[in-house]
Design a protein. Structure first.
Lengths: 193, 127
């Protein structure tokens, strides 16, 4: 079945749909891609489904997650044009990412006594990425915890005065209310910390 | 860059970018695999409307470049120090550090110090 190779006026290249290929065509196609870009940044992956959008549609940007291999190329490439050709990313995309990533990475290397230009660069980059990922997870976890504490605080602040008015009625006891007040104080302390 | 495949079909993870010269070479090569099955179509991509945004880019001074070269400062700190937008810092910084590093490697330097950046700027005729 025929297919289109779409060439955007901003330099983005795409197929108009997933392309049916024989084994031989697929092998030659992958070889071709590997010859145009840095071999290490190309990953071939079996997927459950393909994307349902194409270049030229409603999207303005086509973000792709940066991999350790791509960061290695970025770090070892000293000309923007060469980085563009090796990564298949626009100059703007590279500058934007590099401006955030490089200073953070180099600062981390300095703090941890690592020299990414002499040692195993990819290993150091992956170590850095793992640490960043862990920090991100921890931050998310803390935000979630804080949100839960805030919700509990608001609920207790609403419940306690109501219970105080009902003290002695049914199973509402002074001790029970005191316990909730203590819990509220603990939550406030945790939120302050 | 990921190439996805499933049941004999192949696709890209997302569109990729190529400079004009590369695109022409790429078309020739890919035509040699798929021949008449493939048609090249040039399209207009969706563009972000910049509207009436007026930009007033501020030049980076030599002192600014010295600060940019210090990886110990994060972009936010640098943007406050220089009174420039974080995006302007981001755009300038990666490329500047890339050039400084290239220079440092050629000089056989392990770590880039402030003195090295001064030397680099001097060699570039900036200081």
């Amino acid at each position: 079945m025929n297919f289109k190779l779409l060439i955007g006026d901003k330099g983005n290249v795409d197929f108009n749909r997933p392309v049916d290929m024989t084994k031989e065509e697929k092998d030659r196609f992958i070889q071709l891609i590997e010859s145009f870009f840095d071999r290490d940044v190309i990953k071939v992956k079996n997927v459950e489904e393909f994307r349902d959008w194409r270049v030229g549609g409603d999207r303005v940007q086509y973000p792709r997650v940066w991999t350790g291999e791509e960061y290695e190329v970025l770090l070892k490439t000293h000309l923007l044009e060469v980085a563009i050709d090796k990564l298949g990313r626009s100059g703007m995309a590279i500058l934007v990412q590099d401006g955030i990533w490089r200073p953070r990475f180099l600062s981390w290397c300095n703090k941890n006594g690592k020299n990414p230009f002499e040692e195993d660069t990819l290993k150091i980059i992956k170590e850095f990425m793992k640490e960043q990922e862990d920090l991100k997870k921890l931050k998310k976890q803390k935000i979630k915890q804080k949100r839960e504490l805030l919700e509990k605080k608001e609920s207790l602040e609403e419940r306690i005065p109501k219970l105080e008015r009902l003290e002695g009625v049914g199973d509402v006891t002074k001790e029970g209310i005191l316990k909730l007040k203590q819990e509220l104080e603990e939550i406030k302390k945790l939120l302050k910390d | 860059m990921k190439i996805y495949h499933k049941d004999g079909f192949v696709d890209f993870e997302a569109p990729f970018y190529m400079r004009d010269q590369q695109v022409e070479k790429f078309i020739k090569c890919i035509e040699s695999i798929f021949g008449d099955r493939m048609v090249v179509e040039r399209i207009i991509e969706n563009k972000k409307e910049m509207g009436d945004i007026v930009r007033h880019p501020k030049k980076f001074s030599d002192e600014d470049l010295l600060i940019l070269g210090n990886p110990e400062l994060d972009n936010e700190e640098v943007s406050i120090k220089m009174d420039k937008s974080p995006f302007a810092i981001q755009m300038k910084r990666g490329n500047f550090l890339m050039r400084v590093q290239d220079w440092a490697i050629k000089k056989g330097k392990d770590r880039v110090t402030e003195e090295d950046i001064k030397e680099f700027l001097k060699e570039e005729g900036k200081l």
